[in-house]
Design a protein around this ligand. Structure first.
Ligand SMILES: [Zn+2]
Length: 640
């Protein structure tokens, strides 16, 4: 996924105990997920009630009706099961705000009811569903429906879409939201294949993280197959007025009709990106690679749903200057989707590796300086964040999460510190050694879920042993277990693009002479980000006006620029920007871009009142994840 922004506690919205419990055999009881004895502590996932040491789902078959009016998915989930424990009597699944109608087991081709209980809801983990299966059926089926408030689904009215004709819905399952739309072993430690039959209104197209057919006829009845085993957080669905435009034989864009052309132009380099990554790390193993452009309310930059990356439209800026997002999501086809973290405390194995690979793709496609600029912006952001983060959250190998929501631990640390660690290894051992090492990691752990201890073992055997003086055990320990960036890191990234922007800004602040029109076209979005990031606390009205007259920052369609410009105008008391700022906050729901604006507004009583008024209007269009973040931020400010 890309991209978290702040370490904000996300009190996810839980409907209070809305679970039905029709076939209950025993009294429901609340319980916390707890360690399974036969799994190593590092591998164990604290965020799931599942017991994969007892039984594992190997295949999931969904048969669902997708009802826009009721904001509901309803139907059956059928599991093919591998029982590891011959004395097991129960299947335990994760659910959140689901209504469970029935559980059945298959024996000799006949389906018979099985008793089940739904425990009271835990505010973070949801409700454990326990199905009594003393005969350890090969297949078990659950009939259920979702709540309109399902934390992993967003339902948009037609007015909130680009075309304004059809409603839209999409899922975001990572980290533990799949359980709000399918009862599952909702842990990255369990992988399963899946198929789905989805029915909805005939004018809506449905897509999943599966084998979407570019030529599918829109008729309200769709079949999907995902033959590669994936963890639950990669289960994804979207529906709406979606059309397809190809980019290459195996790649293309799905989007609303008004957006698809622009998106295909912006993402035109996707096939080249796939080829570059294949040369480095082996074949792309998932068949097609398509992208789905979501409405602006998508709370993240992108989500690496296999075969179908979900992407924010805020990266479509007309000059490909933000396609690092596509490089990132594509890279997940190796790091994360192919080799997944077994639990969320090891998320750096997904995101750090992906951020590293993203840099390698950008370097080949757009040159070393463009890759360096991307890293430089990331690293500067990380260093700012580290100053306000608890030391325990700054380590790569996070402590067991206990009762914490895995969404809460998603900071920049696993992404950027993780990538910085791998860059350091690359520098010490040289690419000729490091590249095959990394490819070997992907090849040898393909379609597996892994933990940090496994990576450390692999690193010691296959890289550190080849050149014992290049990188010491103490250094490794510092990277894994200590806060901050170890002094043994690769040098901080320095790009010509950002150096040019720095020089231009310093000159302008001294003399009032704007950057030369000869140099700015080469900057792209990242150059402007660097230009604005260094402005300091505030500027005078005249200075802001001069920049606005020259570059029209107020009202910019570029969200990355808006996310820097509006906070600067707030700190400087430049109220002229407020109407455009309000429009921006109402139009975009990507957390990384809007939270800095809300945060700056919330620092003064007048700004806070303005922020609350804008939020009240914007909220119906926000995703539940964004709503929770903004609410949390504003309530903290009110309490001060
Ligand atoms: Zn990611």
């Amino acid at each position: 996924m890309r991209f978290p922004f702040l370490l904000l506690p996300l009190a996810m919205m839980m409907a209070a105990c809305s679970n039905t419990d029709s076939g209950s055999a025993t009294a429901p009881a609340q319980s916390k997920p707890r360690p399974a004895s036969s799994v190593s502590a590092r591998h164990h996932d604290e965020s799931s009630y599942a017991r994969p040491d007892v039984v594992k789902i190997s295949d999931l078959a969904l048969d669902l009706n997708l009802d826009f009016d009721r904001k509901q998915l309803a139907g059956t989930a059928t599991y093919t099961l591998d029982w590891a424990d011959p004395s097991a009597t129960q299947l335990q699944l994760d659910t959140r705000d689901l209504s469970i109608e029935r559980a059945e087991g298959e024996k000799g081709g006949l389906w018979t009811p099985l008793p089940f209980t739904v425990a009271d809801a835990d505010p973070v983990f949801g409700s454990k569903l326990t199905i009594e299966a003393p005969e350890r059926n090969d297949r078990i089926r659950v009939t259920y429906s979702t709540a309109p408030t399902a934390s992993g689904l967003q339902w948009l009215e037609p007015a909130m879409t680009e075309g304004k004709t059809l409603p839209f819905m999409f899922s975001q399952s990572q980290a533990i939201h799949a359980r709000s739309w399918v009862p599952l072993q909702d842990t990255p430690g369990v992988r399963f294949t899946y198929s789905a039959h989805v029915q909805t209104r005939p004018d809506a197209m449905v897509l999943m993280s599966a084998d979407n057919d570019p030529a599918a006829v829109r008729d309200g009845d769709y079949e999907f197959k995902m033959p590669q085993a994936i963890p639950s957080y990669l289960l994804a669905i979207a529906a709406g007025d979606l059309v397809f435009q190809p980019i290459s034989e195996r790649s293309g864009v799905w989007a609303e009709p008004a957006m698809v052309e622009k998106a295909a132009v912006e993402f035109a380099d996707t096939e080249k990106m796939i080829e570059v990554t294949e040369q480095l790390y082996g074949p792309y193993r998932w068949g097609r690679y398509d992208m789905l452009v979501l409405p602006p309310s998508f709370p993240f930059g992108g989500m690496e749903n296999p075969r179908l990356t979900f992407a924010t439209p805020t990266v479509i800026v007309g000059d490909k200057s933000l396609v690092s997002l596509i490089a990132h999501e594509l890279a997940h086809s190796w790091s994360g989707n192919l080799v997944s973290n077994a639990s969320w405390k090891d998320i750096w194995l997904n995101e750090g590796f992906t951020t590293y690979v993203q840099g390698r793709i950008l370097e080949v496609l757009y040159g070393e300086d463009a890759a360096e600029a991307d890293r430089e912006v990331d690293q500067k952001d990380l260093l700012v964040d580290l100053k306000r983060m608890a030391p325990a959250d700054q380590v790569l190998m996070l402590a067991p999460l206990g009762n914490r929501d895995p969404d809460e631990i998603l900071s920049q640390v696993p992404y950027i510190k993780g990538a910085w660690f791998l860059q350091t290894l690359e520098q010490r051992f040289g690419r000729e050694t490091f590249d095959p090492f990394l490819r070997g990691w992907f090849d040898q752990h393909a379609f597996q879920s892994v933990d940090s201890d496994q990576f450390i073992d692999y690193l010691k055997k296959n890289l550190m042993a080849t050149n014992p003086s290049a990188f010491s055990g103490e250094e490794l320990k510092a990277w894994m277990e200590q806060p901050g960036i170890p002094i043994t890191s690769a040098a901080a990234a320095r790009s010509n693009i950002l150096a040019s922007a720095d020089t231009a800004r310093i000159a302008w602040q001294g003399s009032g002479v704007l950057p030369s029109s000869q140099i700015v076209p080469a900057w792209g979005t990242l150059g402007w980000v660097g230009f604005l990031d260094g402005m300091g606390e505030s500027l005078s009205r005249e200075q802001l006006k001069q920049l606005d007259d020259a570059y029209h920052f107020t009202g910019t369609p570029n969200g990355e620029i808006a996310a820097r410009w509006y906070p600067l105008t707030i700190r400087s008391g430049y109220v002229e920007a407020r109407p455009a700022m309000a429009d921006f906050l109402k139009r975009v729901g990507r957390r990384k871009l809007i939270l800095p604006v809300y945060q700056e507004l919330a620092k003064t009583p007048d700004g806070l009142a303005f922020a609350q008024a804008v939020f009240a209007e914007a909220q119906p269009g926000y995703h539940p994840i964004t709503t929770a973040s903004v609410k949390e931020l504003l309530s903290r400010s009110t309490a001060r």
